[in-house]
Design a protein. Structure first.
Length: 733
């Protein structure tokens, strides 16, 4: 907690103690700002006109500003220089709200080069918080970077933030598109910034920055943050200064390579990776695809590594540094490696699978070519992309009844933690946390010590807004598909999607604009040819069936509240299992998706052969002695026939089908506790009259959360099975 007297004067003291005539003028400050830029960047650096316009607005006129400029333009230089100039005048530290740990690390390093004393408060440096608070109190910090989540931490919100807000010299909202529902990376925590800004004095300047905001997002940022009342830059006493620059990236050479087969796309990349300049990033749409592709390329001799949202934070930092040092050819990454990663000489960005939005795509490809004359940007779209987009859309904000169940489950006196609340509502942990954040911002719930409380305030489910948002996202998906088909300039298309204000200045119509670098402008389209040997090797690697199916080890918390007397460690569940593959796999994914989307039929011979391969490679402690098929609601013939063939080929005893309890309701819950509760007594315990002991191979079509397999295995073990080895055709993730 901040205590003691601030070493710098408060803004009120600063304003009252200095005569207006002593305030520095723009003429005085520009040479100083130029000198700071050279310390920050390089000895020959010169401020852009718009950079100086923003700095002048913040430091001299103490206005609010919104800066929408392309990646690599120098937005961070604006706020670091402004913060340093304001500190030199005696104002308090700048508060920078920044979304990613990677961004914070790069920003702190950049600040130090310009002589700015910066510190961060985030979930990754908890042990340093107390020291940082003391440094702020002593006036030893010029810039404090905080994550948006920190703004609603009860201790920070109640004990630290009020003092910071009262004494701040500048407030910066970096990656401001995150505040907007319409932005490609909306984050509910960003909405809390409104509360911070509302608590500021009228004379405290505010800067919002982003590289990816079309007209709709800019308008929404203005509404959310109150920084867009004016676009006038001529009047120093006017409203907010809005600076929107051109979004053309003159180093980026965009191309699209259409190769239908997933294995052929991976093989093409394996052949072409070393031909791409320098080191770069290869983006995939899913975590499993990132790991699969990294393994495939490593087997082919490439120095690559997987980087996803599931990568340990320490390992992420190590991988980022490896890419910065060119010790890897590429990181195979999901969108977790996005905003904030800054490698000026990044030579290429490749997408194996298209993002669902041209705006998101522009943001990701903008990582490349910031300080180089040429960088390659390649899109390898897949037919399965839309299915993946649909999956992510299905886990967006839930319907009104589900959201209201969260409010109803909370009291107004005794807080509930998120784990305690989870079994009371049918939401998974990630979606529940998102709903709570939105409700918190809307005033319906409040985060306090110990968890969450309902406020008792009326709350309106804005169905119209969510409908508009869904329609906008579908339009963006259609635009991303159009980007793949166009024969006109690709960069102009992306700039048009972002409402680049300079696009129509350089050409009367978007379709007439030309960057002169993309494959459509030059007519130089990349070959789709892949050598047979590479394709065969890649196909063989991807054709290897079999992934581990880790067993559930702990019952969900809160089952007692649902009338289920299960808790703690699972002692009567299945052993480790196997699956042919994931639905998102590069190799088996397309085949499994097609199989499970087709009408129910007996298991194809290719599936049986692959299943035998997986079983043959399974290093189990004891070989199974019998087989049981789980009665499938969608593919009963497929599952039963596969179980029968495995029985025959493995010379195992066929114990038949584990039947569902008649009239037992279909379980659609996604929350773990609700799902387990719904699966209690879902199957009729089999007699196992022909069972002679040993592990039972339990065969099913698919596994998502793992709870159906767990509860089905528990039914068999309760009927007398020694142990259960699950085998499924596909996992959903």
């Amino acid at each position: 907690m901040i205590s003691g007297t601030m070493a710098t004067m408060t803004n009120a003291q600063r304003d009252s103690s200095l005569p207006a005539t002593t305030a520095p003028t723009a003429l005085d400050l520009r040479p100083v700002a130029e000198g700071l830029l050279r310390e920050l960047a390089h000895p020959d650096a010169v401020l852009r006109d718009d950079q100086w316009a923003a700095i002048e607005a913040l430091v001299v006129h103490r206005r609010r500003a919104l800066v929408v400029q392309r990646t690599g333009w120098g937005k961070s230089a604006v706020y670091f220089i402004a913060a340093r100039l304001l500190r030199q005048q005696g104002y308090g530290p700048a508060i920078i709200v920044s979304p990613l740990l990677a961004l914070m690390r790069n920003q702190v390093a950049a600040a130090e080069r310009a002589g700015v004393r910066a510190a961060t408060i985030n979930s990754g440096n908890i042990t340093e918080w107390e020291d940082i608070h003391a440094q702020i109190s002593a006036g030893e910090i010029d810039v404090l970077l905080v994550s948006p989540e920190r703004l609603n931490n009860p201790d920070f919100r109640d004990n630290v933030l009020p003092t910071l807000a009262a004494n701040a010299g500048l407030v910066v909202v970096d990656e401001a598109h995150c505040v907007s529902d319409w932005g490609h990376d909306f984050r509910p925590d960003y909405r809390r910034i409104r509360t911070l800004l509302a608590s500021l004095g009228a004379n405290i300047p505010v800067l919002a920055t982003t590289a990816t905001a079309n007209d709709r997002v800019v308008t929404d940022i203005a509404a959310q943050l109150g920084v867009g009342e004016s676009v006038t830059s001529d009047d120093p006493d006017g409203g907010t200064l809005v600076l929107r620059g051109g979004l053309d990236r003159e180093s980026l050479c965009l191309s699209v390579v259409n190769i239908p087969a997933p294995a052929a796309r991976a093989a093409w990349l394996s052949e072409q990776l070393n031909n791409l300049p320098g080191s770069g990033i290869v983006y995939t749409l899913t975590v499993s695809a990132a790991h699969d592709l990294a393994a495939l390329l490593s087997d082919a001799g490439h120095t690559v590594a997987a980087y996803t949202g599931q990568t340990d934070p320490t390992e992420r930092e190590h991988l980022e540094q490896a890419l910065l040092d060119n010790r890897v050819k590429a990181l195979i990454a999901t969108s977790a490696l996005g905003m904030g990663f800054d490698k000026p000489d990044l030579g290429f960005v490749v997408h194996l699978g298209a993002p669902s939005s041209p705006i998101s795509y522009y943001q990701q490809v903008g990582r490349a070519g910031r300080a180089s004359a040429r960088a390659e940007v390649v899109l390898l779209p897949g037919a399965e992309d839309r299915q993946i987009w649909n999956y992510f859309a299905s886990v967006a904000f839930p319907d009104e009844s589900t959201v209201r169940s969260v409010i109803d489950a909370l009291g107004t006196d005794s807080p509930l933690s998120t784990p305690a609340l989870e079994p009371l509502v049918d939401l998974g942990r990630a979606r529940l946390e998102m709903v709570l954040k939105v409700l918190d911002v809307d005033g319906a719930v409040q985060r306090v010590r110990g968890g969450w409380l309902a406020t008792g305030q009326p709350w309106h489910y804005d169905a119209e807004r969510y409908t508009r948002l869904s329609e906008a996202r579908r339009a963006e998906e259609d635009a991303m598909l159009e980007y793949q088909r166009i024969t006109t300039c690709r960069m102009a298309f992306l700039r048009g999607q972002l409402d680049d204000p300079t696009l129509l200045i350089s050409a009367s119509e978007t379709e007439h604009a030309q960057c002169g670098r993309c494959d459509n402008c030059t007519g130089e389209h990349r070959s789709t040819h892949v050598a047979n040997a590479t394709l065969e090797t890649t196909q063989a690697r991807l054709d290897r069936p079999g992934i581990t199916l880790a067993p559930r080890k702990q019952w969900p918390t809160g089952l007692a509240k649902l009338g289920v007397s299960l808790s703690g460690r699972i002692s009567d569940g299945p052993d480790e299992g196997r699956a042919l593959g994931r639905l998102a796999d590069l190799g088996w994914g397309p085949r499994l998706r097609e199989l499970l989307a087709s009408p129910d039929a007996e298991a194809p011979e290719s599936i049986v052969t692959a299943a035998v391969q997986v079983l043959a490679a399974w290093e189990w402690a004891q070989r199974p002695t019998a087989v049981v098929a789980v009665e499938s609601t969608s593919h009963p013939v497929l599952v039963a026939s596969l179980a029968a063939r495995l029985t025959q080929l493995g010379r195992l005893r066929n114990l038949g089908v584990l039947r569902r309890t008649p009239h037992h309701p279909e379980v659609t819950a996604v929350n773990s506790a609700h799902r387990v509760a719904g699966l209690v007594d879902a199957w009729v315990p089999p007699p196992l009259t022909e069972y002679e002991g040993g592990p039972i191979l339990l065969v099913d079509a698919s596994s998502d959360t793992g709870w159906s397999i767990t509860m089905a295995a528990r039914t068999l073990i309760g009927a007398g099975a020694d142990s259960v080895l699950p085998f499924v055709l596909a996992t959903l993730k």
